[in-house]
Write a protein that binds this ligand. Sequence first.
Ligand code: SF4
Ligand code: SF4
Length: 145
Amino acid sequence: MSEFWQTKKLHQMTSAEWESLCDGCGKCCLVKLEDFDTAEIYHTDLACKLLNINACRCSDYKNRQKQVDDCVKLDHKNLESIQWLPDTCAYKLIEQGKPLPDWHHLRTGNREAVHQVLGSVRHFATSEVGVKEHDLEQHIIQWVD
Ligand code: SF4
Ligand code: SF4
């Protein structure tokens, strides 16, 4: 039997199906810096103040955009224009017509696999809270999908 992520386009999914796609890697919740001259985006090892780093989940998902000005709410319309999502992002994979990876929780039922197999931000991120603006550049990391 085919599953919804194999048959539906992103815009056809229910909100529950959409939400269930997220693998919980936490990579989209890292603080990013933009070079204003080149528009290049750099990821840091700092997590948004609302990210529960161990769980890799937003601690106030419902109100996230009220609490964090630059929190981007993903949808099927803006997905293509967002350059900083990791190539492993489940939304990006489905948008590109690719399958979900073998370890994805929708295929295995195991929500820990994203931490063990892919490697989520749980393993390296620290909170942005208390980090001074002039120190942000020291936290830039090489992005590895
Ligand atoms: S990068 Fe994609 S899959 Fe990972 S947490 Fe963000 S939205 Fe979910
Ligand atoms: S507000 Fe929540 S969803 Fe938005 S970037 Fe921060 S932790 Fe992620």
